[in-house]
Design a protein around this ligand. Structure first.
Ligand code: ZN
Ligand code: ZN
Length: 337
């Protein structure tokens, strides 16, 4: 079959590899849509722990082709998306229902062959039916599930004013989930006006171009600060300044992935005196079913976040697009084409 292969950090080829053989507890899926995300770029650049050679792609949906003999609840023809995470279920975090913090966590598209291929074989327990959703919507369920996990940790209360740094695909999903969670006002900050214009289209109340005048502009409009501030940039210089925008007693969520050894300056007296709460969020926990439900009910629009659909052999173009943030939102690969 045709697949994208990261042979080693910095080395990628679209090539022919052997078809996967599903084990007795696995299902074979014909991948119809797979999302490219910042993590894939980090893996490619050797900045994220992964196993090489690797078929990447951890956000994907497709049609079940065949099932192993031990699989009873899934049948060929089913339309599904896949939770890429494989916790060990033996370590302490796993035993405490914190599988996302598993000490031996592996994932399809990171340690095991993923969705940037015509076919992929995955454990049946990782598969979720998407019903009538399109495969393109199905490929957006994994990032939406991660966003739901983050917002659960942050805790949005009715009427909250929320400021989100970054209006890329994740920032746009965060904004929508804040809204459906009851936020009264959601604001986006980004470097690019085109991305802010789109954030407005999907329902964000206020947009602000990032720049030296931003703190003053927001201070004038929201003198007490915002109830919650979320980083969806992964840029340490942005993360460092989040506490300047939040109200006393307010909450900060680190969603964006900063480089592994980056450091930021924090003022512990300020955090103490103002009772600031800072939260981290990693991956997802039990968020696939609610994510599918939100898309089915039309409460979160994932479709209009997709800007490009490309064939597997156009992977290099997809990488260029994700690096050049001005021209793209979510990029999907359609291996079935
Ligand atoms: Zn991702
Ligand atoms: Zn574990």
């Amino acid at each position: 079959m045709e697949a994208v292969v990261f042979q080693a950090p910095g080395k990628v080829k679209v090539e022919w590899v052997d078809d996967p053989m599903p084990g007795s507890d696995e299902v074979l899926i014909s991948v119809k849509a797979a999302g490219l995300c910042g993590t894939d770029l980090h893996i490619y650049q050797g900045e994220f722990p992964a196993s090489f050679p690797l078929i990447p792609g951890h956000e994907f949906a497709g049609e079940v082709i065949s099932v192993g003999e031990g699989v009873t609840h899934i049948t060929p023809g089913d339309r599904v998306c896949v939770d890429p995470n494989i916790p060990c279920r033996r370590c302490t975090p796993c035993k405490r229902n914190r599988e996302n913090l598993c000490q031996n966590l592996r994932a399809y598209g990171v340690h095991l062959p993923g969705g940037f291929a015509k076919l992929v074989s995955v454990k049946a327990e990782n598969v979720y039916s998407i019903g009538d959703l399109t495969y393109e919507e199905g490929a957006m369920i994994e990032p939406l599930a991660c966003v739901l996990h983050g917002i659960e940790i942050l805790g949005i209360h009715p009427g909250d004013k929320v400021l989100i740094f970054g209006a890329g695909p994740i920032g746009l999903l965060l904004a929508q989930v804040c809204k459906v969670s009851g936020a009264g006002e959601v604001l986006s900050v980004d470097l690019f006006q085109a991305r802010l214009d789109f954030a407005k289209e999907i329902g964000v109340e206020g947009t602000y171009l990032s720049g030296p005048g931003l703190p003053k502009e927001l201070q004038q409009r929201y003198p007490d600060g915002l109830d919650a501030v979320i980083d969806a940039t992964g840029v340490p210089q942005v993360v460092e300044r989040l506490s300047g925008y939040v109200k006393d007693g307010g909450k900060i969520l680190y969603f964006g992935v900063c480089p592994e050894d980056s450091e930021v300056k924090l003022d512990p007296f300020d955090i103490y005196r103002r009772e600031l709460k800072i939260f981290g969020t990693f991956s997802l926990l039990v968020n696939f079913i609610p994510a599918i439900e939100l898309v089915k009910k039309g409460m979160v629009d994932v479709k209009s976040i997709v800007s490009h659909k490309l064939a597997l052999k156009e992977f290099h173009k997809a990488m260029d697009l994700i690096r050049n943030k001005t021209d793209s939102k979510k990029i999907l690969l359609l291996p079935g084409d």
